[in-house]
Design a protein. Structure first.
Length: 282
């Protein structure tokens, strides 16, 4: 006789090992506090096309492949309306292509102006090295742009073990391809031993779609969008209003942890390690 309860339960295994890899974004996460470089250039490109955009509009799709980003800006209703008023037709793929062609040299020309590492980056990377974590990285930038970032970071002492940008995969964020390519390159398994850290909502989704842990950075990147000196000059009540706005948004998008910047990352890593030992999954 076969008892029916034998078919009413499923059994699964749980990874209880250590973290093995952190995968970090670039602009707004490890360098370029405020994620200024791309936002500035998106505005220049649209102004050249005769349809000026605000800094807020430029930032909405941040984290995506830059051609995709331009296309998504064109889909913002306020931008689309102004485009039609200016050109008499809705923006087409050819328009996106021309703006993207303009974007590339402008972005490469200004990246080093915004390449200062975000405070805490080197200290956190040093702690990760002590724990034998591999250091991966992803970006919405193309290879030529990333080469500039990497060279500037190396001068300041930051050298990740692997880097993949949107130009290195078939689909950029929010698809998980860049995270998975880092894992393949660094020989990392399982995905539960990986943490993705990003200042953009689509970068958080990138990690979640890969199946990893995800940490959102609320203050140092795109969501506030100001440089470090301006942030430091804000009164505390203004800083807290930004936190009150951004933290819930990142948690709602699925982040396991939300912190101000990379400087606050180590306690999150400690907590994830403890959760893994208990058999928890992302």
């Amino acid at each position: 006789m076969q008892f029916t309860h034998e078919r009413e339960f499923t059994y699964s295994r749980a990874y209880r090992g250590p973290l093995r890899c952190v995968i970090l974004d670039w602009a707004g996460t490890t360098m370029d506090f405020g994620c200024m470089a791309p936002a500035v250039v998106f505005r220049q490109v649209f102004e050249k096309a005769g349809v000026p955009i605000s800094l807020e509009e430029a930032r909405i799709p941040m984290g995506a492949h830059k051609r995709v980003h331009i296309g998504l800006i064109c889909e913002i209703p306020s931008v689309r309306r102004r485009w039609v008023e200016t050109h008499g037709t809705e923006p087409a793929d050819d328009d996106v292509g021309r703006m993207f062609a303009d974007f590339i040299p402008l972005q490469e020309a200004c990246l080093s102006e915004y390449s200062q590492l975000i405070p805490g980056t080197l200290e956190v990377i040093d702690e990760c090295r002590k724990r034998d974590y591999k250091i991966g990285s992803t970006s919405g930038y193309l290879p030529g742009m990333l080469a500039i970032n990497q060279a500037d970071a190396k001068k300041q002492g930051y050298i990740p073990d692997a880097t993949f940008g949107a130009g290195d995969v078939k689909r950029g964020r929010p698809f998980p391809h860049m995270v998975l390519r880092n894992m393949l390159e660094l020989d990392i398994s399982p995905v539960q031993s990986v943490v993705k850290i990003d200042d953009t909502l689509t970068g958080i989704e990138e990690g979640l779609n890969a199946g990893s842990w995800a940490v959102g950075l609320a203050i140092s990147g795109n969501e506030v969008g100001v440089q470090l000196d301006e942030w430091n000059a804000f009164p505390e009540e203004v800083k807290q209003k930004h936190r009150d706005r951004i933290y819930p948004t990142m948690y709602q998008r699925g982040a396991h942890y939300v912190i101000d910047s990379i400087a606050d990352l180590v306690p999150c890593l400690d907590d994830i390690e403890a959760r893994l030992r208990r058999g928890e999954k992302p």
